[in-house]
Design a protein around this ligand. Sequence first.
Ligand code: SF4
Length: 356
Amino acid sequence: MNKRIFAQRLLDWYHENQRLLPWRETRDPYRIWLSEIILQQTRVAQGLPYYQKFIEAFPSIHHLAAAPEQKVLRLWQGLGYYSRARNLHACAQRVVHDFGGTFPSTYTQLLDLPGIGPYTAAAIASISFGEPVAVVDGNVFRVLARVFGLDDDITRPPAKAKFTRLANELLASEPPDLFNQALMEFGALQCTPKAPNCPECPLVKNCEAFRQQRVHEFPVKSKKAAVRHRHLSYIVFAHAEKVLMKPRTDKDIWRGLYEFHLVETKTRRSASAIIKASGLPLGRAVVISKPVSYQHLLSHQRLHIQLIRVKLTTAGQAQRIQQKVGGNFFSPRQVERLPKPIIIHQYLQDSKRAAS
Ligand code: SF4
């Protein structure tokens, strides 16, 4: 397909169909960056309230940089992929510390900041500073693979380089901010993964995948890694209306978030087996409740979670357990302010509902 025609039809479509979103009304790199980090792996409808909460809590990069990490993680709660939140915070501190709070203005300089990869650097450089550099994300892979009939495996680096080259050629004579936003929006609304609207598509006459009636075969992706199953049992130690929680420190999911005492096993185990496996000196001064179970799906992991509430009836018992497992006893108000994995938040909400 002629590259000029592709770009023109895409931009015409964008003028007619773009959604009105707060980050489209600004060129402020802080806001563009914030929206791009929030929207990675997240749908616009889910990300929008987070964007608004962050702008309200941290109106400038200086506010974000000065905030405690715990506050940033708490606001992020529910979005998942928490390394994004930690990098967001680290990046804000770097921009304030090394650049006086002003984002660097080139793609290459932006790439050097924590949590900013080629996609985000291209988005900020093109939208905020007009640099002609194309964004390439899942939407862009899909649209280009279909329109140009490219059957390269997009999980492999050579394909990434090829698509990036093509996207940059297509963008070359267009306003980079508009072209990039148009291509992303076209992938999100028109040429969607499962239900592309081909009959009403401005590119249908030149779309190679449509011509070959193979729309759903593009883009080509090799099979995903198998999902790993994990069995996480939490012992929720409760004493005098407080619960024992501690931050996760391992290089694993949810680092920096607060959880209860964890016992991880290779297979599903009963509550009594978990209590026994924990090796903790529980003695008789406890009341063990029926476990509550949840499942939680991450990108490559399925978590089978059970929570076993153990009520410690004496202060001495609570002290001994705390010395053994670490952490602190927190009141419900304090727990509310702690950053937590969404599944623990859900458990606390369910327990509150059940008790009222
Ligand atoms: S015709 Fe269908 S597959 Fe081709 S670009 Fe348009 S929406 Fe996508």
